[in-house]
Unconditional design. Structure first.
Length: 227
């Protein structure tokens, strides 16, 4: 299988990469900082330094993937950007960056990779959202940009599932709860999450490889706590 993982250099993304490599799959790791991934010496790991806030950088990544792979089986949109500030103090540039990484990148990368999806079997596009973007969940001050962007990819998931239903592609979204990552520490300093990145990565791996047999266009909460 050929797998794309964004935000592959830390947290859940880093662990997801290793899950797929251990399964014998070929993984395209897209991230700005490749250094942590160089510690994984595996012939099936293909790295590309990618700034998901830049269309030009994403175009380079897409060209790289199309050169290396005739088909893509799974895309995991895991990368995320967060700003933790009161609503009235978030600048336009900060808001723009959060939306570019969290919303525009999954939209654009999926759009550009459509020709490689569903060619050999049903492909699965999985976007990692957050309980903060799940309708009716608890919301927290300071996270208006992040949580609203995660709500946007919830809607995007439902739209793409409808558009791709004749293309042998399933699209689903995991709204995850608290996991002990660097991003959680930015949002909730001092909070101790019930799950490690490796534990959540195990679930993401299982869902990505099997969930498209049962789900399409679904937003699934994966949380045992609040936040």
């Amino acid at each position: 299988m050929n797998v794309i993982v964004t935000g592959a250099s830390r947290g859940i993304g880093f662990e997801v990469v290793q899950q797929f490599l251990n399964a014998g799959d070929t993984v395209f790791g897209l991230t700005r900082n490749l250094q942590p991934l160089t510690t994984i010496a595996h012939p099936n790991l293909k790295l590309h330094a990618t700034d998901l806030s830049s269309q030009a950088s994403m175009d380079e990544a897409v060209a790289f993937i199309k050169k290396e792979a005739a088909h893509i089986d799974y895309i995991i949109h895991n990368a995320g950007s967060l700003v933790n500030k009161p609503f009235e103090k978030i600048s336009y540039s900060e808001l723009e960056k959060v939306y570019k990484v969290n919303v525009f990148a999954p939209y654009y990368l999926t759009q550009q990779l459509i020709p490689l999806l569903g060619k050999t079997q049903k492909s699965h596009v999985v976007t990692i959202s957050s309980m903060g973007g799940f309708q009716g969940s608890a919301k927290f001050a300071g996270l208006s940009a992040y949580s609203s962007s995660k709500s946007a990819v919830v809607g995007l998931t439902e739209c793409l599932a409808e558009e791709f239903k004749e293309k042998n592609v399933s699209v689903n979204c995991l709204a995850i709860g608290a996991v002990q990552t660097e991003m959680l520490a930015e949002a909730f300093p001092g909070y101790q999450a019930p799950l490690s990145p490796k534990q959540m990565a195990e679930y993401v791996f299982e869902f990505t490889t099997k969930g498209h047999r049962y789900y399409n266009g679904k937003i699934l909460p994966v949380s045992s706590s609040t936040p």
